[in-house]
Design a protein around this ligand. Structure first.
Ligand SMILES: [Zn+2]
Length: 92
């Protein structure tokens, strides 16, 4: 799975968790809050396992990462672009 797709999946899961927590709290339905906590725990595990650099395999840290903090590779290079090309680094 591409890094950009994984980022969208994680952000979507966090939106679902937030919505379930709000619905559980507003509707006084603790089962929704329990489901939200379950999704949150599963998401944290998936984040820890799958949120990794496709080049070196190290954890990427924050969801806003655009480059690997370990090897410096650009996470979503343009097609044909070298992910290690220093010119591709837009944060330097
Ligand atoms: Zn890396």
């Amino acid at each position: 799975m591409k890094v950009q797709t994984m980022r969208k999946v994680f952000l979507g899961l966090m939106a679902v968790v937030l919505a379930l927590l709000l619905l559980g709290w507003m509707g006084e339905r603790p089962i929704l809050s329990g489901v939200a906590v379950g999704i949150l725990v599963a998401s944290a595990l998936c984040f820890w396992v799958f949120w990794r650099c496709p080049y070196c395999g190290k954890n990427l840290g924050t969801l806003s990462a655009r480059h690997c903090p370990n090897c410096g590779a650009k996470l979503d290079p343009d097609p044909g672009q070298d992910p290690y090309d220093p010119k591709a680094r837009d944060d330097m």
